[in-house]
Ligand binder design. Structure first.
Ligand SMILES: [Zn+2]
Length: 437
């Protein structure tokens, strides 16, 4: 009886040891295969990184099978002695595979005695698209006459789907948007680019990251911008700078002015750039833009302004809109149909409204005393959107009117001109209608 108890006890311990060994010591986990998780293999990132690791045992075998249609290749990786880790860089192009879909199978085996000494097996499959050639760009528009500070539009088609496309002018980028089967880009020759050796590029990048760049044939006319002198009076500083006091605490009115004119102006421009991307992929404007009726032009686009205080020059800036003055608190109308993308306080522009007219074309109305629309509203050409005023950085009651292309200010005068619209905008849009392959 006693003997039997001892045997059962020992057997019990043996089973516990075996179970413990199986669960705690024996490696039952297969190696971990890490494959780059992306879809496209492009010319700039043509190597697929493969990494295999086993946490408990050494590696016994790692293999890769690559196939494309009937073509197949198997690679057995050389594992260093007593290694539990291997990295491999696979270059499908070098192995003779061509652009198109490639299928990958990676398997790995460890030296665990699990599975009756065969080891643990891991296997993963992944499909990639090998694409090493850039998209081809075909221009659809041929007439591009622009001036420095002016606007233009061009259209193109591409040989394959693109992730990003547009027009590059010096440091500026204007995104292209789908227009039926083609791509459309409203762009500008910004007022501050150097016209010497300036090339306007049309660029396109496919999903594999292959980039193509072609020069856009365009004629660029130089613009002579005006110089103007602005005297900053103590009265202006004392009455106007209170608007910005909460942002610049503890500074004198003159110090606030200098901060507002430099830092806040720059911040507002960056914000315009962001708002410029919030655009409808539809042409919402109809015909030429409306100018505020019966208003005199007080300042033009591109005016180089020098600011003087008690006869001393304190700052210089460029005016990037047109200032129009009528009677105080005059009706301000939407220059064209579109959607309100901003309505509220906007730094140097005071109370402002921005209307999106589609494809990155937007209009800005600054220094308002009253806003009658809200963000998201659809407004008709000529609809009253507010009243003029002198909020923000404005000496007297006037409307600061601006046109922006993807957030970059351009000369509004062109957009008011029906002939310019016909020859430069509608002509090119028509070119794209006619040829929609
Ligand atoms: Zn202005």
């Amino acid at each position: 009886m006693n003997k039997f108890k001892v045997v059962v006890f020992l057997l019990g311990i043996l089973i516990m040891l075996a179970v413990g060994y199986y669960y705690l010591i024996l490696d039952r986990v297969p190696p971990k295969i890490m494959l780059e998780n992306r879809k496209y293999i492009g010319a700039n990132n043509k190597i697929i990184k493969i990494s295999v690791k086993d946490n408990k045992s050494l590696l016994k075998q790692v293999g890769i099978k690559i196939s494309q249609g009937q073509r197949e290749k198997t690679i057995s990786l050389k594992i260093e002695k007593n290694s539990s880790h291997i990295d491999y860089e696979l270059d499908p192009k070098k192995l003779g595979f061509s652009d198109g879909e490639i299928k990958l199978i990676v398997w790995a085996l460890d030296k665990s005695i699990n599975n009756f000494f065969q080891g643990n097996v891991a296997k993963i499959r992944k499909t990639y698209i090998l694409d090493t050639s850039p998209p081809n760009i075909f221009m659809k528009t041929y007439r591009h006459y622009l001036k420095i500070g002016g606007s233009g539009v061009c259209g193109f088609s591409v040989s394959e789907p693109i992730k990003r496309g547009g027009v590059e002018v010096s440091k500026y980028f204007f995104p292209a948007y789908r227009y039926k089967k083609n791509y459309l880009v409203f762009f500008a020759i910004p007022y501050d680019v150097d016209p010497k050796n300036l090339t306007v590029w049309v660029v396109a990048e496919d999903f594999a990251g292959n980039k193509k760049k072609i020069p856009l044939r365009c004629y660029i006319k130089r613009t002579r911008f005006r110089h103007s002198k602005i005297n900053i009076s103590d009265r202006f500083l004392n009455t106007k700078m209170v608007q910005f006091e909460d942002k610049f605490k503890g500074l004198s009115p003159l110090e606030i002015f200098l901060k507002v004119n430099k830092e806040l102006r720059k911040k507002n421009r960056d914000m315009l750039r962001k708002i410029g991307l919030n655009t409808e992929k539809k042409i919402l404007f109809k015909g030429a833009f409306l100018r505020m009726p019966n208003a005199a032009r007080m300042a033009s686009f591109g005016d180089k302004r020098s600011y003087f205080y008690h006869g001393k020059k304190i700052d210089t800036e460029t005016h990037l809109g047109v200032d129009l003055a009528s009677v105080a608190r005059d009706k301000v109308i939407a220059a064209n149909s579109g959607r309100v993308v901003y309505a509220g306080w906007f730094g140097i522009y005071g109370n402002a409204v921005i209307i999106d007219h589609g494809y990155g074309v937007q209009s800005l109305y600054g220094h308002l005393s009253l806003i009658r629309v809200k963000k998201g509203d659809f407004v008709q050409k000529g609809q009253v959107i507010g009243l003029s005023g002198a909020t923000g950085l404005a000496g007297g009651d006037h409307l600061h009117f601006g046109i922006l292309i993807s957030g970059i200010p351009v000369d509004p005068v062109e957009w008011w001109d029906p002939r310019w619209m016909k020859n430069n905008i509608y002509y090119n849009l028509k070119q794209m209608e006619g040829d929609n392959l």
